[in-house]
Write a protein that binds this ligand. Structure first.
Ligand code: ATP
Ligand code: MG
Length: 678
């Protein structure tokens, strides 16, 4: 007997009785997942910003009259000089242009902070929780404004002006928000680098962005461990002459190397600075920030976002997709180094005057109940995280969750990769108590903010599906030949027509920008992801197009295969790649992480093959199942399949750019295991 509960093929025992709609005669997981629908709770729809009827009406308007729609949305911002022309856009690579609200002027920090002060100066902007339990801070809007103005003056005194780049290498502490806002207050451009990155990764981004000032901390804390941020910063700037000054936040208070003349202490400099800094008027199309992609597929690209279009898209969509209402407490667990955090942890809440939770640490330290304790403490209403974290917490079972009162939760969000239905159901039932819609929002650094999303008061959930287009977004499923497909279809995820929040270029490499996103399918933006659309017009992201596996002429998406494997009761997580196969062209190679205490046996391998065969098709059954106690992920928690692909093809050298890899020993371990099996 296997040590876990199992059952006949095709029987979704894990969810039996829990599905709102039990489907008879389930043939395959594909069908089962598609027919599993979670309606919008009527009481939720009743007070939502957007219900089903409003969605239909607004979406139609946004497509038929994009300029009219976005003009109305742009009234959300406070402008210095109003724009007269809404858009001027063309995706033709020979005549490419994307300009929104171009002759308007504004200041981002005024929109994010100043305009909330009259009503909220004494109200909390941030509830901060430190890595160590018990260490916390509350930052009011008034305090935030004071710090932002002072730091803006410090930057100015260091010679930073309009268009200059400020690099920010800080942990998740309120000062990161201050640093971003101070930068844009003076018309400068921020580039935030994840504080878990090495000196080398930071240096690469400084070299590319030519940052003038670096803002960092003495040390950072994550999961009880100390990271030597200032030492990394010193190493990173040593050979980067663009950096003239380094501003150091005292986080741990440890003694760290300090270069007089170049380095300044944040607290001393801001205390000495004037508490008012006149905001600089910038053009709508002036750059707001540069952000490097997370590097799942190779060398990160420095995407450039401009001011007004980005702020309109991020600010208005954040409020709608999370259905935030005045007084709600919002928490995004994303690190500040990712686009998720830019748009929906920092800019979205700031633009709307919302109270947010910031947490410096990791979900598993000191134990697996840390996140849930924070939700209880701050009565969090909207909780937004990533599938990778959910899967790791699922491994710990329900006990850590049950210790805490999560009844304040109303909306849950997921982003970063397709959420496998198994994790979706756990999130929905165990964390959300079965009552919270899940906002599985699909977008990219390139798109600036959301493109596909089940707006919670409007669109019923289907697990694993990012569902429907956001306003103003025109998704197309495009065949490899470039034909736009109608109805239920499978193909390349493209978007037709511009939207205000999209990135305008790759820094220093406009050619690459055009070639990557606009040349493959003329007239459309190409995301690089695969997608399927079902008979209800719901979209499901199928993974990166480059990762699609072609077995004997059948195209298989990695996400579907991985979701099927992860639905096996013994499995915690899986990653699938196609390896060179003499007969089939490509074979299916599955790396499988088992749940705690599950034995790595030959029987279990055979059973996993059978499990996939029954749920998808015999073609999809993995040819090779390789046990992997951990999978190689980047710092955003995404699986680096290009490394797994090389290993599957017995190529153990030259993995390309591995600077975004979170833990190099994981790769060594998998190689050793692979070699042992050859
Ligand atoms: P790089 O472009 O350097 O390889 P990256 O694509 O991982 O890095 P991001 O821009 O942070 O960097 O991530 C965007 C990608 O994440 C999307 O293209 C998609 O593959 C995936 N993704 C994000 N959210 C979702 C979601 N809700 N459902 C499915 N996939 C998602
Ligand atoms: Mg990408």
């Amino acid at each position: 007997m296997p040590p876990y509960k199992t059952s006949g093929c095709g029987s979704p025992w894990r969810t039996a009785g829990r599905l709102p709609q039990r489907i008879a005669n389930i043939q395959s997981m594909r069908q089962m997942v598609q027919s599993e629908v979670y309606p919008v709770p009527p009481e939720f729809a009743a007070r939502a910003h957007v219900d089903a009827a409003a969605y239909e009406r607004l979406y139609r308007w946004s497509i038929e009259d994009p300029d009219g729609f976005w003009k109305k949305e742009a009234a959300f911002l406070d402008w210095i000089k109003p724009f007269t022309e809404v858009s001027d856009t063309s995706f033709d690579v020979n005549n490419f242009r994307v300009r929104w609200f171009a002759d308007g002027t504004l200041n981002g920090s005024v929109n994010c902070i100043d305009r909330h002060l009259a009503a909220k100066a004494d109200k909390p902007a941030v509830f901060w929780e430190g890595d160590t339990p018990g260490e916390s801070r509350v930052v009011t809007w008034g305090e935030l404004a004071d710090k932002v103005n002072r730091l803006a003056n410090v930057l100015k005194s260091l010679g930073v002006g309009k268009g200059d780049v400020v690099a920010i290498y800080l942990p998740v502490i309120p000062e990161v928000m201050v640093a971003m806002m101070a930068t844009i207050r003076i018309g400068a451009v921020h580039t935030v680098v994840f504080s878990g990155f090495s000196a080398e990764s930071l240096e690469n981004r400084i070299a590319d962005s030519k940052a003038k000032v670096l803002i960092t901390a003495d040390e950072g804390f994550r999961g009880g461990r100390i990271s030597p941020l200032k030492r990394n910063a010193d190493d990173a700037v040593r050979n980067q002459p663009s950096i003239e000054h380094v501003i150091v936040v005292r986080r741990s208070g440890a003694e760290v190397p300090f270069t007089p003349g170049r380095d300044l202490w944040y607290d001393e400099a801001t205390e000495a600075a004037d508490p008012w800094c006149e905001p600089v008027e910038v053009g709508a199309e002036d750059p707001l920030f540069i952000l490097y992609t997370s590097g799942s597929t190779g060398k990160p690209k420095g995407l450039v976002h401009t001011t007004a279009g980005y702020l309109v898209h991020a600010g208005t969509s954040w409020r709608i997709i999370f259905d935030w209402h005045e007084g709600d407490v919002f928490w995004s667990t994303a690190d500040v180094g990712w686009v998720t955090a830019h748009s929906y942890k920092l800019y979205g809440p700031l633009l709307n005057g919302a109270t947010t939770v910031m947490f410096e640490g990791v979900p598993s330290w000191p134990d697996a109940s840390r996140w849930w304790s924070i939700i209880e403490k701050h009565r969090v209403n909207i909780f937004y995280t990533a599938p990778t974290a959910l899967r790791s917490l699922m491994r710990e079972g329900e006990a850590p969750v049950r210790k805490h009162d999560l009844s304040s939760l109303r909306v849950l969000g997921s982003v970063g990769e397709p959420i496998n239905p198994e994790a979706w159901r756990w999130f929905h039932s165990v964390i959300g108590g079965g009552r919270c819609p899940i906002v599985d929002n699909y977008w990219q650094t390139e798109t600036g903010a959301v493109t596909l999303v089940p707006i919670p008061g409007a669109i019923p959930n289907k697990p694993g599906m990012a569902a429907k287009p956001y306003f103003g977004i025109r998704p197309e499923v495009v065949s490899p030949e470039g034909v736009t497909l109608e109805g239920p279809a499978e193909g390349n995820m493209c978007f037709r027509g511009s939207w205000p929040g999209q990135a305008r270029t790759i820094l220093h490499d406009h050619e690459r920008f055009l070639k990557t996103y606009f040349a493959p399918f003329p007239g459309r933006f190409f995301s690089g992801d695969g997608v399927t659309r079902d008979e209800d017009g719901y979209y499901r992201i199928a993974g990166r197009v480059d990762d699609v596996i072609n077995v004997s002429g059948h195209r298989l998406g990695t996400v579907e295969l991985e979701s099927a494997i992860a639905s096996h009761p013994a499995v915690a997580e899986a990653a699938v790649v196609g390896y060179n196969h003499d007969v089939k062209g490509q074979g299916v190679f599955a790396y499988v992480t088992l749940k705690a205490d599950m034995p790595e046996t030959e029987e279990l391998r055979a059973e996993i093959r059978q499990w996939v065969r029954a749920r998808i098709s015999p073609i999809a059954s993995p040819d090779i199942v390789q046990w992997a106690p951990a999978l190689p992920k980047n710092r955003a928690g995404k699986i680096l399949r290009r490394i797994l692909l090389k290993i599957a093809n017995n190529d153990f050298s030259d993995f390309g750019d591995t600077s975004t890899l979170a833990d190099a020993s994981v790769v060594e371990d998998i190689i050793a295991r692979r070699k042992a099996e050859l």
